[in-house]
Ligand binder design. Structure first.
Ligand SMILES: Cc1cc2nc3c(=O)[nH]c(=O)nc-3n(C[C@H](O)[C@H](O)[C@H](O)COP(=O)(O)OP(=O)(O)OC[C@H]3O[C@@H](n4cnc5c(N)ncnc54)[C@H](O)[C@@H]3O)c2cc1C
Length: 497
């Protein structure tokens, strides 16, 4: 099957890329489960924005500080300067954020933030954003969406990506412009495996939580694009930078996806206690430091969890601002307005990923990576809370803009003017035809191999890395980054286009 642009994933990064790509290009969007089952729908706390110029310096500094100054300052600047554009686009597709009685946006605050700069929708911000993006993409006649269909490999020659190999399933469902199509009507074959020929491919496959026993992520997010990248020599970056969320609801059941007790609950005043119900830590320090403190306490006391006290927020605030969290606690037998709840750290976010430039281009031609699977340097060693929805969309937009630029420059086709034959597509056809699908027959073996590949790479990077850098090293990195920041000031306007 042939398409212009292949997008893998249906989270906020995939959808926002699709919305920003030209309507005259055919887009094929595939996703491993249904369209709604992704981490973007789970985001609770909110999305950071630059609310006004006076907050720029401290937003920048908070992001760099949380990332231990290992962030790419240009990427951070691009993200912050593009935040208002993303917010306006989201409102344009119908997403609503909490407002004050006077109609202005109500900003909340989370750990690591020195001020209130996070827009939110109750405690289901991700669902509010992603469901409106999805509704907008569903209306597009140029986007074919394919559920329960997964990427199993890319098709590549000489470091150029020409498309992908996908695996359909019995549940595969195809829709375009809101209408359901049969596989044949949509131009697919009826086999399980299929080769997709594409001018350009965007990987938006999300995080890696499914590789861990305790994670807040959906279980099917297993870093498939990372395994494929390893196999094809595509550059990765900081693959061992994995964020653990300090406070998830403690459950005895090992199969449960860990339920997150949002950072903003602590931002609004919730406290953490040890087994004797004594406070032992500043609840608003960055996540990695807080996780370390909680683990230390649990080891000292030989406990499986610590306690979170949400009572300081008051019954009304808890029910209005955090209805989902409230309901989950009640479901588990706790009334958070009257009693403390048990919380424990769990894998939550992946800062590392497929290395990309400021336009989200990977080290392979015609291949982009956006969202949590990509590493554009925004987060450094540790993500600042509520920066990831924003970062995912900002850099999905950058990918779309770059692809538009390349189409305009004629990068995706070279026609021989004398013969009128498109030489590029002839070559591409041959490369696709040469792919032998029988090597992908055993799904279980590939799945197992991919999981092992990613975990081995993470462990390799972990053992190669020295532990946290000392104070002197951080001071040096901070100075270097600040010098770089001064140099990028001039790019502000370009970044906020
Ligand atoms: C519980 C929770 C709360 C969070 N809260 C916040 C918050 O308040 N603020 C914030 O900024 N961030 C938050 N985050 C992080 C944020 O939600 C994610 O980083 C972001 O949504 C990632 O978006 P994405 O598009 O990269 O990936 P996702 O939304 O996870 O989408 C990945 C997609 O890729 C598909 N996929 C994966 N592998 C394949 C394959 N092989 N073939 C085909 N499809 C595939 C999946 O089916 C899915 O559709 C939270 C995350 C979690 C888990």
């Amino acid at each position: 099957m042939k398409t212009d642009i292949l997008i893998v994933g249906s989270g906020c990064s995939a959808l926002y890329a699709a919305l920003n790509l030209p309507r005259d290009k055919e887009i094929l969007l595939i996703t491993k489960r249904d369209l709604e089952t992704n981490d973007s729908h789970l985001a609770q706390g909110g999305m950071c924005v630059l609310k006004d110029e006076s907050d720029y310096e401290s937003y920048f500094e908070d992001t760099m500080k949380a990332g231990h100054y290992e962030n790419d300052p240009v990427s951070v600047e691009i993200m912050i300067r593009t935040s208002q554009r993303v917010l306006k686009d989201l409102e344009a597709v119908g997403a609503e954020f909490a407002r004050n009685p006077d109609g202005t946006l109500d900003y909340t605050r989370e750990g690591g933030h020195s001020g209130h700069r996070i827009v939110y929708h109750e405690d289901i911000t991700g669902k509010e954003i992603t469901s409106h993006l999805l509704a907008a993409v569903k209306k597009l006649k140029n986007v074919t969406m394919v559920e329960y269909t997964k990427l199993i490999d890319i098709i590549e020659k000489d470091n150029v990506c020409y498309g992908a190999v996908i695996r359909k399933s019995e549940e595969t469902r195809v829709t375009r412009g809101g209408e359901e199509l049969t596989l044949t009507e949509a131009g697919f074959n009826t086999e399980t495996l299929e080769k997709i020929e594409a001018d350009v491919t965007i990987l938006a496959t999300g995080g890696i939580g499914g590789l861990y026993r305790h994670s807040t992520n959906f279980r099917h997010l297993t870093g498939d694009a990372l395994a494929i990248s390893i196999n094809h020599g595509i550059e990765l970056k900081d693959i061992n930078y994995v964020q653990i969320h300090p406070t998830t609801f403690y459950s005895e059941c090992e199969e449960d996806r860990s339920f997150l007790i949002s950072e903003s609950v602590r931002g609004e005043g919730a406290l953490l206690y040890d087994k004797n119900m004594n406070r032992f830590v500043n609840e608003l320090i960055p996540r990695d430091l807080l996780t370390a403190e909680i683990r230390k306490k649990m080891a000292e006391e030989g406990t499986k969890h610590v306690w979170e006290d949400m009572r300081p927020l008051g019954d009304q605030e808890l029910r209005e601002h955090f209805p989902n969290i409230f309901a989950h606690c009640e479901e588990k037998g706790y009334d958070p307005s009257k009693q403390c709840i048990p919380v424990v750290p769990a894998q939550h976010y992946f800062m590392g990923g497929i290395k990309v430039n400021h336009e989200s281009k990977t080290s392979m031609n015609r291949l982009y990576a956006v969202g949590e699977t990509a590493n554009n340097g925004v987060h450094g060693r540790n993500r600042l809370a509520s920066n990831s929805l924003l970062e995912s969309m900002v850099f999905a937009l950058r990918a779309a803009m770059d692809i538009i630029k390349d189409y305009s420059a004629g990068v995706y086709g070279s026609v021989n003017l004398e013969s009128g034959i498109n030489c590029e597509s002839e070559l591409r056809r041959k490369i696709i035809d040469d792919v032998n699908l029988s090597v992908y027959a055993d799904d279980d073996a590939i799945t197992k191999k991919y999981r092992e590949l990613v975990m081995e790479e993470i462990q390799k990077a972990d053992s190669a890395a020295s532990d946290f850098k000392d104070e002197e090293e951080y001071a040096r990195i901070k100075k270097e980054k600040e010098e770089a920041k001064v140099k990028v000031k001039g790019r502000n306007e370009k970044a906020s286009e």
